[in-house]
Design a protein around this ligand. Structure first.
Ligand code: GCW
Length: 707
């Protein structure tokens, strides 16, 4: 063969062996890429989805379901199924009780309003796949579930899957401001283009709704809890109504954060006192106005008397007075109030105790359509917190769990930290109220603080989208396992190649423990930089309020480290059920991962490992860094399995993460060493720079502080 011909043949062979990466793997399509499946799976999907037989009547929601199935199957197999009215072999049959073929005996009642059933059946001699639900939204959820099954290796010829959410409300909370900045947002600007709304409806809004509906998220709070009253004015309500119109077919209701002082700011009243009849009338009229524009408006989310926000306490009233007033205005329309329990007053003692202290005594005093929304931990979305003592302690009050999807305290969007294990850990914890009832078992709703912005990949990094995914799936079903969700997400997002899937899943599941280790091991918390919350700053001791300073939380000195919340200290442990309280009262029976959250211990205290506290702390910081080094090495081996653009994106981010993990470790060890006065254990690498160098770092333009 001529040299040029050999060269050409070589090139062609190389091209044939190279996976055909699509040109647009930029993350925009999230877990809904629907790329061609491997041939065997592809033909399996093809036989099962030759045509779609929709239920009737053809509502916008059903249209969305059919469109998604067509798009999905076309992408996965290269052939779009026909929509047909004929029952044929290989049909996807969408059925409600009204449209189901006669003789079909299904457990309709168990599916509830939103649940679905997927089942392979023979009908009139034909092998079809049934997607059944009581409502068209159930059919949309079922369609997404079938597409997920098709992409994650389910046997499509033997489907028998039933699923219904336990929680009726599964929401995202956007901390988005009206000027499009996003408080604690690290993924660009707010996706809500308030200025151009209501006339211009960005195509992204539909894709946002599709992504959320695929998980079962059914509500979204559009604006920041640090709310401006303007969001309740007529022009902004028209904008919110436009979004509600886009989201409605996808089963997503719109909610707004309400500023408690709006009657003063917008209504010209002298007071926002919740017991004042004029104030109550103002809110009623406002609610009526909202429902005229948005008939299925979900309700209000409120941050009151917290971090400078107005609230009922400004008028000598309590949280129940405030929440019940809003509830009264919403009741005729079926709306709900989600009243946040994230409160802490200046110098009122242990900050961890304040939410419980203010809210628990009000149990039973809230109107039925009020939910108290509680963060997963008592301080603030730290890498690891013990569960909030309010969870389980208000049996007469519906509770919503607030989780933070955006990584305010976990390295922003540059660190790969999969939050599934964090969410799972909280949801599974036994509150012992009564024994065996987990946090998940205490809930009526779940809310996740969104990490979504205008970045092309939505979340600021490819892997951060897994956190949106895991939140949504767990809100639908809290019994799911974080590692299974990671697997599903990887198979839909990156690749279904088994070895690669295993590698990525193990990176993801290890990543949460890694961040705890390199930032705040052994129950430490709140060690981050002031204001922007980026990077380590355990030395900060000069802020106006005691409980804004890291030194308040870690209390490191020559004598030891940790916050004594035992009965000898602040006695925060007494806010838990008796079994937990007894266990947490003593360091020997406190789970090691929460040790310094509850106890102040001498540096030579012995841990289960046999090491002293000081040596263990150092070892944990080292383990965290090593884990990131390992993640980088694993990712490097996946180059052939991942499209080049996303592989390179993640590679670059992991390098940042490793550098920042080292920075956290070095700065914290330099500081804690100055407090303990102890030498580093033999063989341990000393911090790269001096403590003063770390203290001198400034980040004046860090993202996420909002407006
Ligand atoms: O953690 C703090 C955040 C604030 C946030 C607040 C809250 C919206 O730093 O940015 O404000 O929590 O949850 O209200």
């Amino acid at each position: 063969m001529k040299t040029w011909a050999r060269g050409l043949a070589g090139l062609l062979l190389a091209a044939a062996l190279q996976p055909a990466w699509s040109a647009v793997e930029d993350g925009y399509e999230l877990w809904q890429r629907y790329r061609a499946l491997p041939p065997v799976t592809q033909s399996e999907v093809l036989v099962r989805a030759l045509s779609i037989l929709p239920a009737t009547p053809m509502t916008p929601t059903l249209q969305a379901a059919v469109a998604e199935l067509k798009r999905g199957v076309a992408g996965l197999t290269g052939r779009e199924p026909a929509v047909s009215a004929q029952l044929a072999d290989g049909a996807l049959l969408l059925a409600t009780p009204a449209s189901a073929p006669a003789g079909l005996n299904l457990p309709w009642a168990e599916l509830g309003r939103e649940g679905y059933l997927l089942r392979s059946v023979k009908l009139q001699g034909r092998a079809v796949t049934l997607i059944a639900a009581n409502t068209d939204i159930g059919l949309l959820y079922g369609s997404f579930a079938w597409l997920r099954a098709a992409q994650t290796g389910a046997d499509l010829g033997k489907l028998d899957l039933r699923s219904a959410p336990r929680l009726g409300l599964r929401l995202l909370n956007h901390w988005d401001n009206l000027d499009r900045t996003v408080e604690r947002g690290y993924a660009g600007a707010s996706i809500w283009d308030w200025w151009k709304l209501p006339d211009i409806r960005d195509a992204r809004y539909v894709d946002y709704a599709r992504a959320n509906a695929s998980l079962g998220i059914n509500g979204t709070v559009l604006n920041n809890v640090n709310a401006k009253a303007d969001s309740l004015t007529a022009p902004f309500l028209a904008k919110a109504a436009a979004l509600a119109d886009v989201f409605r077919p996808y089963g997503i209701r719109v909610y707004l954060s309400a500023r408690f002082s709006a009657p003063v700011e917008l209504g010209g009243l002298k007071t926002a006192d919740p017991l004042d009849p004029a104030v109550r009338a103002w809110w009623k009229a406002k609610a009526d106005e909202i429902y005229r524009r948005i008939p299925d408006f979900g309700g209000f989310l409120v941050k009151a008397n917290s971090e400078g926000q107005p609230g009922p306490q400004d008028y000598g009233r309590n949280h129940a007075d405030g929440a019940n007033m809003l509830a009264e205005a919403l009741t005729p329309h079926g709306g709900v109030v989600m009243w946040r329990a994230f409160v802490y007053a200046p110098d009122a003692g242990d900050r961890a105790k304040q939410g419980y202290a203010e809210f628990q005594p009000l149990d039973g005093r809230f109107a039925p359509n009020v939910m108290v929304q509680v963060k997963n931990g008592a301080i603030d979305f730290q890498p690891r917190e013990p569960f909030h003592p309010l969870l389980g302690a208000m049996p007469k009050t519906p509770l919503a769990l607030e989780l933070q999807i955006t990584k305010e305290y976990l390295g922003f969007s540059t660190h790969l930290v999969y939050l599934g294990p964090l969410f799972e850990e909280v949801l599974r914890t036994d509150t012992q109220r009564p024994s065996g009832v987990t946090v998940a078992g205490q809930l009526t709703a779940m809310a996740g603080v969104a990490n979504i912005g205008t970045d092309r990949n939505w979340c600021g990094s490819h892997f951060d989208c897994a956190n949106w995914y895991a939140f949504g799936r767990l809100a639908w079903n809290a019994d799911l396992h974080a590692s299974d969700l990671a697997r599903e997400w990887v198979m839909q997002t990156f690749t279904a190649k088994p070895g690669a899937v295993d590698s990525i899943v193990s990176m993801m599941t290890a990543s949460r423990e890694a961040v705890v280790d390199y930032m705040t091991p052994l129950g430490l918390h709140h060690l981050m930089g002031t204001g922007h919350h980026h990077g380590p700053a355990p030395w900060v001791d000069n802020l106006e309020r005691a409980d804004w300073n890291p030194v308040y939380f870690h209390r490191a000195g020559r004598d030891g480290i940790g916050f004594d919340r035992s009965p000898r200290g602040s006695n925060a442990t007494a806010q838990y059920a008796p079994g937990w309280a007894a266990r947490l009262a003593r360091p020997e029976t406190t789970p090691e991962e929460w040790l310094l959250w509850f106890h102040h211990l001498p540096w030579d205290y012995r841990l289960a490992s046999g090491r002293t506290l000081w040596a263990e702390l150092v070892a944990r910081y080292d383990r965290g860094v090593a884990s990131v080094v390992d993640m980088r090495a694993r990712w490097a081996t996946l180059q052939a399995d991942i499209d080049p653009v996303r592989h390179a994106d993640v590679t670059a981010y992991l390098a940042v993460q490793e550098a920042e993990a080292r920075w956290w470790r070095d700065a914290c060890l330099a500081y804690f060493q100055s407090a303990s006065g102890l030498p580093l254990p033999p063989g341990v690498r000393p911090p790269e720079r001096s403590l003063n160098d770390y203290k001198a770092l400034r980040f004046n333009f860090a993202p996420g502080r909002g407006g």
